[in-house]
Design a protein around this ligand. Structure first.
Ligand code: FES
Length: 165
């Protein structure tokens, strides 16, 4: 769980604590990935303005650091939204209508109002109950447009019960 609150601005981030994370990891072999993981674990994303701190500590260019951040989908470059929906777009789920769900959810008011991040994932191990997704970390199987719509319309209530699977 990150220390960042949804909607927190990058300017509000304590750079001293980020520098501590960098210093704690910079001397290990292949330090860049551990540093990026540590920052994302703390903040929920990698703010653009910490890239120069990382580059300086590791004697890399900013472009090299930025290249690694953008290469791995795991690393986020913007503060997390209150909710995250990860829709499986791998073969079994695609064959059961995941692409239509993806298109539908991208039109939902929760996405438009910045309450919901929508991400593609590739197989959640629920192929036999496709199409599948994770909503705020909770598995959702045999999704239909109606079921997904109901889940998204209940998002505020879901945040209160998160973790009560
Ligand atoms: S392909 Fe979607 S869960 Fe396996």
């Amino acid at each position: 769980m990150s220390d960042t609150q949804p909607g927190q601005t990058a300017n509000a981030i304590d750079l001293a604590s980020i520098q501590e994370l960098i210093n704690a990891n910079k001397n290990q072999a292949g330090a860049l990935l551990p540093i990026l993981h540590a920052i994302q674990d703390k903040l929920g994303f990698i703010p653009e303005h910490v890239v120069p701190l990382i580059a300086r500590a590791l004697n890399l260019s900013r472009a090299e650091v930025h290249g690694v951040i953008t290469f791995y989908h795991h690393f986020k470059q913007a503060a997390p939204k209150p909710h995250t929906l990860q829709i499986c777009r791998a073969e079994a789920c695609q064959s059961m209508g995941a692409e239509a769900l993806w298109d539908k959810v991208c039109q939902h008011r929760a996405v438009r109002s910045q309450e919901l991040d929508v991400e593609a994932v590739y197989c959640l191990g629920l192929c036999s109950t496709a199409p599948a997704a994770l909503l705020d970390g909770r598995l959702q199987a045999r999704l239909t447009e109606n079921k997904l719509n109901d889940l998204l319309n209940q998002l505020p209530a879901q945040s209160d019960t998160k973790g009560n699977a």
